[in-house]
Design a protein around this ligand. Structure first.
Ligand code: FE2
Length: 291
């Protein structure tokens, strides 16, 4: 399965999908015709220990807990701001591509970003994967199909145990926070000021179910808590991890944006569906009230 693709781009060719808020790519509860990835291998980083414990005890009530997000969010550096033409013409999209392969195939701008990220890789996990998207936004376009506060690399169960609790998928939030296994760690770059990811910048404790089917309640509770947030500076590299709350925001103006994320994890990702097909889409709200 492709983990990188080289294409030319123009404003006219930008793929646009209708924004549903439902959460394409991560956090999705939409039934999938085929799983995009093989069943998660049994690595401790991704083990749904809360679900395991509940199933072993025959419990079917999802309890709540006090969920603390440390919200690691460090700006490690700022690269020279690229021109709009340099972003448009960089060429290569990456989708769960191993770091060394991405470095070999990257366009000049992504290569510069990955080269700057290299010394910051922690290399405490088995794998380092690169995702990179080049998107052209009109004002109001969203880079993903969700604007919920969320975390990346959550522990997801899509199995009979989740179905028994009434959900197609469940994110085991308590297992991510139980301190037994370090969460995945990430480096992220985004090129432009007009569509900058927001990060919560201080530790935050909220009441949350131990298992959540999506990020709706988490989002509502973070919004209610109104923690301090930062918009990722243009052309910066930020370190965060699987307990860092962040969200996408609509573009404030038209223009190209390059987004790059390196994801260090113990989970081996082998794509079983062409996920890269939807990389680079933008999501445009339909006229009328928001979904
Ligand atoms: Fe994310």
């Amino acid at each position: 399965m492709e983990t990188w693709r080289r294409t030319s781009r123009s404003v006219d060719q930008q793929a646009v999908a209708t924004f549903t808020g439902e959460g394409a790519y991560h956090g999705s509860t939409r039934p999938r015709p085929s799983p995009p990835q093989a069943p998660p291998p049994a690595v401790p980083e991704m083990a749904p220990r809360t679900l395991d414990t509940m199933a072993a005890a025959g419990r079917t009530t999802i309890e709540r807990f006090s969920a603390t997000f440390p919200n690691l969010c460090d700006v490690l550096g700022v690269l020279p701001a690229p021109s709009q033409a340099a972003i448009r013409d960089d060429g290569v999209t990456f989708c769960w591509c191993p770091f060394d392969e991405a470095l070999a195939e990257a366009g000049p701008l992504v290569r510069q970003v990955l080269t700057a990220m290299g010394p910051h890789l922690q290399r405490r996990k088995r794998f380092a994967y690169v995702d990179a998207k080049i998107q052209h936004f009109q004002p109001g376009d969203v880079p993903v199909d969700s604007h919920h506060w969320h975390v990346d690399g959550s522990i997801v169960a899509r199995d009979a145990r989740a179905e028994r609790l009434g959900h197609a998928i469940l994110h085991d939030m308590q297992a991510r926070m139980d301190g037994q296994v370090a969460p995945p760690v990430c480096l992220a770059y985004q090129s432009s000021a007009h569509c900058a990811t927001q990060f919560v910048t201080a530790p935050l404790t909220i009441d949350l179910p131990t298992l959540i089917p999506d990020f709706v309640e988490l989002d509502a509770r973070v919004q209610a808590a109104a923690p301090p947030v930062m918009s990722q500076p243009a052309a910066s590299i930020v370190r965060f991890d699987g307990l860092s709350l962040h969200r996408a925001v609509p573009a404030s103006s038209a223009g190209w944006r390059l987004w790059v994320r390196v994801f260090e994890t113990d989970r081996e990702v082998q794509l079983t569906a062409p996920l890269i097909d939807c990389y680079g889409q933008v999501f445009r709200p339909a006229p009328g009230p928001p979904p």
